[in-house]
Design a protein around this ligand. Structure first.
Ligand code: 13P
Ligand code: G3H
Ligand code: ZN
Ligand code: ZN
Length: 354
């Protein structure tokens, strides 16, 4: 099975009422972990690479790691998605590299820090949609800035996100604006701001509705019922992973992520893609710390990468099961990107705005 269209996977998830975790990958072990987990439960796969990942591994390595995954698991429908593109140029570069899906994050200016205007966002996103849909590539956009509703701090932790303080209205996607945005851009998937942020330090307490606005998801979904909603910053930051890190010499402060049950609720209301990076980082770091602490004489990198890969796999497998992906891979009959491009051209994949 070749790389498939993200639109096709998300349409399938919508039709069958489940959500797909999109895991950030940077290296061999992370790709292997996601694929092994998906294989065990029969899940479709979204692998995503940030600009940071492309820089870390190098574009050729990212491209060929993902192609290796396709070759090793020919029965799993797989999407290669570019996370947080900061300009149409970055998106066209990713399309040239073979990505089947791109995110044009026009909620921020090209510096990835300064909140942009609505009109700027519409303009860059529409440009990317025009270029991507011609070749069957899916487009995710973003409206609203990720950030912490408790403090008003913008989400700058991962190098992507606004810097400084934001007001409440910038940090919650407005349903009315979402409808206008979708109508004007005709994108496939929309990342929304509802109080999540990137990285490990999302909430200082278990989040309730005042700091994680799942109710917004429902309001937005009502207006744009067939646009797939995307939740960024959706690691759950499990306490047991923090405990392992701290038990073996780490110094992570108390923190809370997005509870899995809140994501499950959001999936009932149109969230189809759930971005997860931090949980994999935590799992791998804990496993490496533990292994090296318990085996101070070992120095073969494979020996400590193995438990790290296994720990990442367990996180991925749990999310596939929790989000309802089990057994879905086999039900998907993949279309080529050319077929998807034809469907866009015929207007069959146009967005409905209520
Ligand atoms: O949104 C993300 C990548 O785009 C990752 O979010 P986390 O930091 O919560 O894993
Ligand atoms: O968008 C945020 C992801 O967690 C990627 O992080 P990164 O930019 O450090 O690769
Ligand atoms: Zn953004
Ligand atoms: Zn993100």
């Amino acid at each position: 099975m070749a790389l498939v269209s993200m639109r096709q996977l998300l349409d399938h998830a919508a039709e069958h009422g489940y959500g797909i975790p999109a895991f950030n990958v940077n290296n061999l072990e992370q790709v292997q972990a996601v694929m092994a987990a998906a294989d065990e439960v029969g899940a479709p796969v979204i692998l995503q690479a940030s600009a940071g990942a492309r820089k870390y591994a190098g574009e050729s390595f990212i491209k060929h790691l993902i192609q290796a995954a396709v070759e090793a698991y020919p029965h799993i429908p797989l999407v290669m998605h570019q996370d947080h593109g900061t300009s149409p140029k970055v998106c066209s570069g990713a399309i040239d590299l073979g990505f089947g899906s791109v995110m044009m994050d026009g909620s921020l200016m090209e510096d990835g820090k300064t909140p942009s205007s609505f009109d700027y966002n519409v303009d860059v996103t529409r440009k990317v949609v025009e270029m991507a849909h011609k070749v069957g590539v899916t487009v995710e956009g973003e409206l609203g800035c990720l950030g912490n509703l408790e403090t008003g701090d913008a989400g700058e932790e991962d190098g992507i996100g606004a810097a400084g303080k934001l007001d409440h209205s910038q940090m919650l996607t407005d349903p009315e604006e979402a409808a206008t945005f979708v109508k004007a851009t005709q994108l496939d998937a929309l990342a929304i701001a509802i109080g999540t942020s990137h990285g490990a330090y999302k909430f200082s307490r278990k989040p309730t509705g005042d700091i994680l606005a799942i109710s917004r998801v429902k309001e937005i979904h009502k207006r744009i019922p067939n646009t797939h909603l995307v939740m960024h910053g959706s690691s759950s930051v499990p306490a047991e992973l923090l405990a392992i890190i701290n038990q073996y010499g780490g110094q992570m402060k108390e923190t809370y992520g997005v509870p899995v049950e809140e994501i499950q609720e959001a999936i009932k209301h149109g969230v189809r893609k759930i971005n997860i990076d931090t949980d994999i980082r935590l799992a791998m770091t804990g496993a490496v710390r533990k292994f090296l602490f318990e085996n101070p004489d070992k120095f073969d990198a494979r020996e400590w990468l193995k438990p790290a890969r296994e720990a990442a796999k367990q996180v991925c497998k749990a999310r596939y099961l929790e989000f309802g992906c089990e057994g879905q891979a086999a039900k998907i009959k993949p279309l080529t990107l050319v077929q998807v491009a034809e469907a866009y051209a015929r207007g069959e994949l146009a967005q409905v705005v209520q």
